[in-house]
Ligand binder design. Sequence first.
Ligand code: PGA
Length: 251
Amino acid sequence: MAKQTRPCYIVGNWKMYKTIDQAVAFIDQIAPLVANSSCKIMLAVPYTAIQPLSEKVKGTNIVIGAQNMNDATEGAFTGEIAAIMLKEAGAEFVLLGHSERRIYFKEDNAFINRKVLKALDSDLMPILCVGESFEEHQDKQTDKVVAQQLTECLQGVKKELMVAYEPVWAIGTGLAATPKVAESAMKQAKAVLGDILGDKVGSKVPLLYGGSVSPKNAQEFLESSEIDGLLVGSASLAAESFAQIISLQAK
Ligand code: PGA
């Protein structure tokens, strides 16, 4: 496979799973298993685990990030967290616009746009998540939805970021998209990113696929020349399955 001239990214999203003790035990288990990987290994962990894990992964090839943040610098926003706090705790990146944030917490593109700008301004790498619902998929609206979400979430953005295409119907359902569906969305994303960021910056944006990625199906996504990596939810919770996915990249 002639593909891997660009770096490969494997990102885990732990969602609301793992206490600090469980998170530390996970790193103990996975670090030796992935030590020789050429992938960039990134873990989006619960807020409480960011600081201890950032210390724990020093000297390994794993980096730690957050799953969300607020767009304000600071303020009276009970329960929210600011970019500067994540940075101080050791986060290097942040997931933004995940469909669970959009659906359960009613985050819209304008809010996500402000967060992307704030993250970039704070030297936190945003991983912007976009993707269509099941109905939109059935209606063949994928390209339109991806284009609209990217356009609205990237207003005023000039710097490089990362983008994850995660069809909502594939998240946590066991029904992954096919590489063909993902590739078509990636092509659309690439075109829109070129329009927004200019071809030079746009072409550098790593594009990840997410949605029911498992050790069984990861290889076919990783083989695609359109896909730069994976965003993995439930299969990132066990060190064995996450390490298995990471090891596929080298094959
Ligand atoms: P999943 O989650 O792998 O469990 O489908 C992916 C995600 O939510 O990022």
